[in-house]
Each structure stands twice: as C-alpha cells, then as structure tokens.
Design a protein around this ligand. Structure first.
Ligand SMILES: [Zn+2]
Length: 349
C-alpha cells in the first residue's frame, strides 16, 4: 500500500511545508474571483456516496483492533489514493475510559488546489470512521455488549467525503487545498453501563490526538520563525456526523456557534440558496461533545459540526442512535447528496 504512517514521513512533511513557505513568498497576484453572487455549479453523485457508505458497513462494525477496522482503513485509503489524494495514516496511543492505552489511526487525505491557489489557507473536512463497540442505547440488556453497524454514526460522513474526493479532480477550479481527516476512536467514550472510575474526555480520542499534534506543529513553527502567534494552516473546518437519515436535520450546534459562527452562517446560507433549508435548520442545538470540540479548543481551528440532532428526543439523537438499528435501512442517498452539495459549494467559493 502507498499510504503510510505519518510518523515515518515527518521530514517529507517539513519538505512540503518548506515548499509551501517558498511558494508563499512568491505568492504575489491574488487569484481571480468568481463574480459576486454567482454560484459555481457543483456535482455530487448520490449513488456513489451511498456505495461508499455501504462499502464501509459491509466490513462489519469498524471497532478498533478488529479485522473489519483494519480492512476498512485499507479500503478508504486505497480508494482516496485512486482519486488522486495523497494519503497518510497518523497513529498514536491515547488513554481510554478505563485507563487502558488505545491505539488510534486517523486517515488523512490531501486534495491539492490548482497551482494559482496553492498558497490559500486549507479547508479541513472531517468525520469519524470507527463504530461504537457497544450498543448501550438498546432496551434489551443482552443486546448492549455488541458493536453497532455505524451506518449513520461513522460511515455516512466518510461516504460523503469520499465522494467529494472523487469529484475534486473534475471541478472546473480548485480554489483552496482541502484536507480530509477521518478520525478514529470517536465512539469509544465511557459506556453507559460502566461502573468504574469516571474519566473526562473519553470520546473523540482520534480527534484529540490529531488536534494536539497539529497544535504542537504550528507552535513549533512559530517559535522557529520568531512569531508571537502560530500561523494557522486552515481557514476553517467542517465535521460531518450522522448525515444519512432520510429525515435528518442539522440545527446550529452550540460549540459551532461559539467558536465558528461566521462559518455556520456561511454553510447555512449556502444550504438555503441551494434549497436545503429544510435540512440545515435555524434551530439551536445544545453543546455536543464531538470531534469538532477538540479541533476548536486544542487546534484552534474554527470548526462547524453538521450533526443530526433531534430536539425533544430522550437522548437528543435519532431513535437508532447507539443501537443495532444504525444500519443501511436508515441511509438515504438524497440526504447524503444534499450535504455533499452544500460542502462542495462552500469549498468551491
Ligand atoms: Zn456515536
């Protein structure tokens, strides 16, 4: 396989960084802009996105440490490479809810901009690909100890981002580099039935690792360049979580508004212009501990969570959340397409 552990390619990363800095030094003329108010046409294939979701679910639950998880990393990595992305797997160890060390593997794919735009700040698109090892929202106690299929909770967001990667080389213009980061171990948080010592920050382990490493990298660069503030690589980020339900709707989530209100406005405005206001609704959602929380607070990248939240429901989420019913029966190609088109629009502006 061509994609590799990021630890083994640190010097390569610095070479690329140096190249970007040199390019930046030569970045004089501003790239041409589209006329104001004119939306560039975006394409996004619903069936293709659906097939990418089904492709992941077919491995079985992608629980860290299982063959299904390993094989799914290969599937996602090789597919993204086939679309021309440069793929790396970032690995590390993170402490989990019971105090044991957990191996984490985040899949990072880089989609290059056209050369005129190579110096533009990157956009981060992210989702998680792991499946929750327990169905702890099942009514039946005996059902709770086995892993969920994770069709919506995991595979749906990844499927949308894989289709974006497929469309990327075919866009008329690529106006900014796009980095797709697929986090591991989002859904390893303390199970509802755990009676041992409670720890904080047990969810989003892959995102925590990624955000810490990114933060260390930009701070080290700032010290090297004698700058008071770190130079951010990213303009903003968008996280997708549970974006495939036929009735999905995405309210404006609390942390997204707190840390990235400007980009919530940008995404929700694009959705409205495209006729998807029924999906990207103006309701507010309570704070949700999701990968974006750590991207915002540790990496300091403004990041918006597009998440299917159900106000008034017992858990805040859909009826299938963290149960064995989170399967392909609740994945709708149209929902995937609407989310994908909005993202394509936002990254094309
Ligand atoms: Zn979950």
């Amino acid at each position: 396989m061509l994609f590799k552990n990021i630890g083994a390619s640190v010097s390569r990363t610095f070479d690329i960084l140096l190249f970007c800095i040199l390019l930046l030094a030569g970045c004089g003329a501003a790239p041409k802009q589209s006329p104001a108010g004119v939306l560039p046409e975006v394409t996004f294939d619903a069936d293709s996105a659906y097939a990418f979701v089904a492709g992941q679910v077919a491995f079985g639950p992608r629980v860290p440490g299982t063959d299904a998880h390993h094989d799914c990393v290969q599937y996602i990595g090789r597919t993204l490479e086939r679309f021309g992305a440069k793929v790396e797997v970032q690995t590390g160890e993170v402490m989990r809810y019971d105090g044991e060390w957990q191996h984490v593997a985040n899949i990072c794919a880089y989609l290059p901009a056209d050369s005129a735009y190579a110096c533009e700040p990157h956009v981060l698109l992210c989702s998680h690909y792991d499946s929750r090892p327990w169905a702890d929202q099942e009514d039946d106690y005996d059902q709770r100890m086995t892993a969920i299929p994770g069709a919506n909770d995991g595979a749906s967001g990844v499927g949308v981002l894989m289709e974006i990667a497929r469309q990327w080389p075919q866009l008329r213009e690529r106006k900014r580099p796009v980095d797709i980061v697929l986090f591991d171990c989002e859904d390893m948080g303390t199970p509802a039935f755990y009676t041992g010592q409670q720890r904080n920050h047990t969810w989003c382990l892959g995102a925590q690792l990624w955000a810490r490493q990114y933060s260390q990298k930009v701070n080290a660069n700032a010290i090297q360049e004698h700058k008071a503030n770190a130079n951010q690589e990213y303009a903003f980020g968008i996280l997708l979580d549970m974006v495939g339900d036929p009735n999905a709707s995405f309210p404006r989530e609390y942390y997204s508004e707190q840390y990235a209100a400007k980009y919530v406005d940008k995404i929700w405005r694009a959705a409205e212009q495209m006729g998807f206001a029924h999906r990207f609704v103006s309701d507010k959602a309570y704070p949700i501990t999701d990968d974006h929380y750590y991207v915002n607070t540790i990496a300091k990248i403004p990041c918006v969570d597009v998440i299917h939240y159900v106000p008034g429901s017992e858990t805040g989420f859909a009826w299938w959340w963290h149960t064995h019913n989170d399967d392909m029966n609740n994945i709708n190609p149209n929902t995937l397409q609407e989310v994908g088109k909005v993202l394509m629009q936002v990254i094309s502006e």
